[in-house]
Design a protein. Structure first.
Length: 683
């Protein structure tokens, strides 16, 4: 017996359901349906109404109909492979039920002679007689047949009938949970309970009723639980007391004045926000979000500088060595000579590395640069005060939380990402952190002109490239993987390389999935040094690296990428002082919708606007272009259509935070909606 008010029943294994054996369990597990709660989101796609019954004389051929009949006579053939037949009738006529591949015993059981049976299926006419072939809906209990039967997008091997059966079972046993929402929230959804909402959700007549209260309530539950978990993490980190840093404004000004450009307003604003955090006695856990080329690096280096001046050490990590080196070189250029900077690389000699580690421990090094691997390794600092992580968008909430724990209490954390995403998604993905946004780009930015070209116009592109090469400019040529699932499928890039290499001998290099990290660094480094002109690649060229001499990016098969991704790729060029060009190649003419999307890209160079508009056109499903980003996929909530619910949840969280309200009543919500592992201690 399960406790009717206990949510834990919903987290039970599927095998406790009647009619669900190992086979079905395994099939469902493949679809990431592991417990009863997961099954609640398997929704009907459509339904067949079998509630009305007909008499035989009124049957309509070709339609699904329900009738109550009496089996009169078995016609079992002597010859194998012929179907079994049962002659049935009502007071108005006769019909044959025909079964292929069936056992006589089974038929005798489901269609006992001279007993009323209700049966439903598509009616056929054969040799002037009505016929039902392999009917699936048969029962002596007419109430089991005469109703609407939901259809589901079927998992291989699980029939509609099985789904109906197990979902009906779950709905009938649904526990009545104590309400977790406050009265003023519940009122917005006409006070419908969670339990009633689930029941409504599964009713045939409610398919597609996204605006109804039950749907909205459940969508809100999802959003709210995500935000609540984020809020708890944020609160916990904020509670950590640290030794505050003392910002030396004079030195900061001096550094800024010696730069060969002026900081934008947003850069100054974010420097201030970070300084406030550094100088407070609460731990900083902040995300610096800004479009490609918005100038995040310098902001982070100023924070590093301030931290060092306050007597602490800093670790700055980037996704690749070449990017780490670029940051290191920039710091060397702008920091005073008396600071000790170090770069740890995979290529560093063992002896040098050992020395570096010793120097970190004795505080002879003020700031160390390296790849993200720095944070996994056993590296000890004397007095680490700030961790900066560049381009961290692949970290999920869990990894970030670990990172914040790693540096110790006195260590502040600054993450940077160039993935502009709509606000509703930012709240969802990064709600555990404080947020600084750089919206405005440096004014001196060069234009990137964006064109689309059909593939058969490649001659034009080659001509264009020739001209650029004559001007000593460099070119990126991106060939997406033909088949994403086969990571090594880079034949298109190899072919393109061979093709271009014939036209431009010794001027072309190739990067693809099989290139080793060392080779890759070598090639990128040579490209940076302008030792060759065209870089062909399958993989996305590392984000963040400045190739000031690259002025053209050509993206083949551009419809393989999301707009935000195209925008990121485009951001690889236009980083020097020359105008740049982005050419999107397409195999065939664009559909109207695709044209609309590409026009967004052509008309804007603001990643936030692009992602917002793209999401409106496409929905948010693959807006990020990287599904493995660690973001939890909502089952019902939709950041485009439910903006009001996102805002409602945001306000409610603020209210709870301000009043410091006890959140224990939300325990079932958090446990059910599955993020509880992060904040185990609250639940
Ligand atoms: P991202 O935000 O993508 O990491 P970067 O920090 O790499 O951008 O900056 C891109 C380029 O813009 C760098 O070459 C950097 O020196 C330059 N830059 C940064 N801030 C400014 C500014 N205020 N004015 C002009 N150029 C700037
Ligand atoms: Mg960057």
């Amino acid at each position: 017996m399960h406790n009717k008010s206990n949510y834990k029943y919903l987290l039970s294994d599927l095998s406790i359901l009647k009619g669900v054996g190992t086979k079905t369990t395994n099939l469902l597990k493949k679809k990431k349906i592991n417990n009863i709660f997961d099954l609640l989101w398997k929704l009907p796609k459509s339904y067949t109404d079998r509630s009305l019954s007909s008499k035989i004389k009124d049957l309509r051929v070709g339609e699904n109909q329900t009738l109550t009949i009496v089996p009169k006579k078995y016609l079992f053939p002597r010859v194998r492979n012929l179907p079994n037949k049962v002659l049935c009738s009502d007071e108005t006529g006769e019909i044959d039920c025909v079964f292929f591949n069936s056992y006589e015993g089974y038929i005798r059981k489901i269609l006992p002679l001279n007993k009323e049976v209700t049966i439903s299926g598509k009616i056929k006419r054969y040799k002037n007689k009505y016929q039902l072939t392999n009917p699936k809906y048969i029962s002596e209990d007419s109430s089991l047949i005469k109703k609407s039967h939901n259809t589901y997008s079927l998992t291989d091997g699980i029939s509609e009938k099985v789904y109906n059966k197990i979902i009906t079972q779950i709905i009938n046993k649904l526990p009545i949970l104590n309400e977790w929402h406050s009265k003023h929230i519940l009122k917005k959804f006409d006070n419908i309970s969670w339990n009633d909402s689930i029941k409504e959700l599964h009713k045939s007549e409610n398919i597609g009723e996204y605006k109804k209260n039950f749907y909205q309530r459940l969508a809100y539950d999802e959003i709210f639980s995500t935000f609540l978990v984020n809020s708890e993490i944020r609160k916990k980190i904020k509670k950590i007391k640290k030794k505050n840093k003392i910002i030396n404004i004079k030195r900061q000004l001096n550094l800024i004045n010696n730069l060969d450009f002026t900081l934008t307003k947003d850069q100054l604003k974010t420097v201030d926000e970070i300084n406030n955090d550094l100088s407070s006695s609460n731990k900083m856990f902040r995300l610096l979000q800004g479009d490609v080329g918005s100038g995040k690096t310098i902001v982070s280096l100023i924070s590093a500088f301030n931290t060092i001046n306050s007597g602490f050490q800093v670790a700055l990590m980037a996704p690749t060595e070449i990017l780490a080196r670029q940051h290191f070189n920039l710091a060397k250029k702008i920091f005073p000579k008396n600071l000790n900077l170090e770069l740890i690389s995979g290529k560093s000699k063992y002896k040098d590395k050992k020395k570096s580690l010793e120097n970190l421990l004795s505080h002879k090094i003020d700031i160390i640069f390296g790849t993200h691997a720095l944070f996994q390794k056993k590296i000890f600092f004397k007095k680490l005060g700030l961790i900066i992580i560049d381009e961290q968008h692949k970290f999920g909430v869990n990894q970030r939380k670990k990172l914040s724990d790693k540096g110790g209490d006195d260590c502040d954390v600054l993450l940077m990402t160039a993935t502009p995403i709509p606000r509703t998604l930012t709240m969802t993905m990064y709600g555990d952190m404080d947020l600084s946004i750089i919206r405005e780009k440096p004014k001196a930015r060069k234009v990137i002109k964006t064109y689309s070209k059909l593939e058969n116009k490649i001659e034009d592109i080659i001509k264009f490239i020739k001209k650029e090469i004559d001007l000593n400019n460099q070119i990126f040529w991106v060939c997406p993987l033909i088949d994403e699932s086969k990571k090594l499928n880079h034949s298109s890039a190899v072919k393109k390389f061979e093709f271009l290499n014939k036209l431009f001998p010794n001027q072309v290099s190739l990067l693809h999935g099989k290139t080793t990290p060392d080779e890759k660094e070598f090639i990128l480094d040579n490209f940076l040094k302008n030792k060759f002109k065209i870089l062909v690649s399958t993989t996305i060229i590392e984000v963040g690296i400045d190739f000031p001499n690259a002025t053209v990016i050509i993206i083949e098969n551009a419809n393989k990428f999301g707009l935000s991704q195209l925008h990121q790729l485009r951001g690889r060029v236009g980083r020097g002082n020359k105008d740049s060009t982005c050419i999107l190649m397409f195999k065939s003419n664009l559909s109207e919708n695709a044209k609309k999307r590409i026009n967004i890209l052509k008309n804007s160079n603001d990643g936030f606007i692009i992602s917002e508009k793209d999401m409106k056109i496409r929905g948010f499903g693959d807006i990020l272009g990287f599904k493995q980003s660690g973001i939890k996929n909502f089952k019902l909530a939709d950041p485009v259509h439910n903006i009001d619910l996102f805002l409602l949840a945001e306000n409610e969280i603020k209210r709870i935070e301000n009043l410091n309200e006890d959140i224990s009543k939300y325990k079932p919500l958090i446990k059910l909606y599955d993020r509880a592992d992060i904040i185990n201690d609250i639940a």
